[in-house]
Design a protein around this ligand. Structure first.
Ligand code: PMP
Length: 408
């Protein structure tokens, strides 16, 4: 029922030819970092082999070509998330840097009467920068609670969001549980109170179509390496009128208009937030990764991965020793589970699966507050990409059964 040939897709990922412990690699750790298609590897080669030069600097041809390639990629990303302007796309090192940029950029707009609202289901990178901001400004950090079923308790939003709330920061899809959070409702409530909203799209951009204008998100961040691009590149989207109010994050070359001995004036968007020589190759190749995704279709990727997720959920549900977290909540891209056997740690399962060539993530997934709430040390997480198959999930189920036998 899908208009693509899964074998052709798999052929585009050279790493799938690898053997791990004598078994063909089965890669279910895409939530941490996805594998890269040949198109992306070729684009890296092509840039360094034919176009390598610093951007926005030289009058010489190479520099201009590299600049055009990077700015074309910015426009591709703009269209990918349906932003109004290309200069609303700021290149970053990744999600973490994007969130830190906003937390530092708004610091001068925050005082001790203000509140920042996040949730109990955030990645550490969407917790720690806000703790740092609150420590510096005296503002209060509040949390939307996580319920036992893995969903956020948004019935409390009316009490949690007040006229003191300056910013709400939440993820669209949880990396730890794979749950889809009701960001539309959160954005609406926040805007009614005059607060800005930052969406952490690290786990949604690889799996779902995103329209920042329809969402009315004020900021949105993601990382390239989770969506078929290299590491060290990501983006911050911000509404032009809001980005203009933020202080620059880093000072240096490229982000200035004029520099005097005693002060400097800053460049406009997007360069105000892009000090120093950027990750030119990464910024260009993020555009190639988007080409790859669009050649299949973002909605097709979403539907296919959803079918894999449903299949994995159904298969794992049949094993009574397996506990799936947020099982009945809306989820996308990932399944998080444990063996409910005495004294079994998620890493025990991860080690047995690795012996069978199956790569999963085990541990707290940089989301310790969730694990503390559920009173578990961590989970086993299988996270999917377009090159995964139901046959691979069958292998995962066999590996889990073997783990039950060995650890039970
Ligand atoms: N937020 C979420 C939801 C994530 O899954 C991740 C990566 N695991 C991050 C933030 C941080 O991304 P990065 O390490 O690429 O900056």
């Amino acid at each position: 029922t899908f208009h693509f040939d899964i074998n052709k897709i798999r052929q585009q990922f050279p790493i799938l030819d690898r053997e791990i412990n004598g078994k063909p690699l089965i890669y279910f750790d895409n939530g941490a970092s996805s594998q890269k298609p040949q198109m992306v590897l070729d684009a890296i080669d092509n840039y360094y082999g034919k176009f390598n030069a610093n951007v926005h600097r030289g009058i010489h041809t190479l520099s201009q070509e590299a600049t055009v390639m990077m700015e074309n990629s910015r426009e591709k990303i703009q269209k990918f998330i349906h932003a109004e302007h290309p200069h609303e796309i700021i290149f970053t090192r990744g999600t973490t840097e994007g969130i830190n940029l906003v937390a530092r950029g708004i610091q001068n707009l925050i005082n001790s009467n203000d509140e920042i609202l996040i949730s109990e289901i955030e990645h550490h990178s969407n917790i720690v920068p806000w703790q740092m901001l609150c420590q510096k400004t005296g503002a209060k950090l509040k949390y939307i609670p996580l319920l036992d079923d893995g969903t956020l308790d948004i019935s409390q939003l009316d009490e949690l969001i007040t006229e003191k709330t300056k910013l709400v920061a939440v993820n669209q899809i949880s990396n730890a549980l794979g749950t889809i959070n009701p960001i539309e409702k959160i954005i609406k409530k926040a805007h009614q109170a005059g607060a800005w909203v930052l969406i952490d799209a690290a786990q949604s951009a690889p799996h779902t179509p995103i329209d920042v204008q329809k969402l009315d998100a004020d900021f949105l961040v993601f990382s390239g390496h989770k969506m078929y691009a290299p590491t060290g590149v990501g983006i911050l989207y911000g509404k032009e009128t809001i980005l203009d109010q933020l202080d620059p994050f880093h000072g240096g070359g490229e982000m200035i208009k004029e520099v005097f001995m005693d002060h400097s004036t800053y460049a406009g968007l997007p360069f105000k937030f892009e000090a120093g020589t950027p990750n030119i190759e990464g910024n260009i190749v993020l555009g190639t990764a988007i080409d790859f995704m669009e050649s299949i279709g973002i909605q097709t990727i979403h539907n296919y991965e959803h079918e894999l997720l449903d299949y994995a959920t159904n298969q794992l549900s049949e094993l009574e020793e397996v506990q799936i977290y947020a099982k009945d909540a809306p989820r996308s891209g990932a399944i998080s589970f444990n063996l409910n056997l005495d004294g079994v740690h998620p890493s025990d399962v991860g080690m047995i699966l690795d012996k069978k060539g199956i790569a999963v993530r085990t541990g707290h997934h940089c989301a310790q507050p969730i694990m503390r709430k559920f009173e578990i040390p961590g989970t086993v997480r299988a996270s999917f990409a377009i090159f995964n198959t139901k046959e691979e999930i069958d292998q995962l189920i066999e590996g889990v059964k073997l783990s039950i036998k060995m650890l039970g």
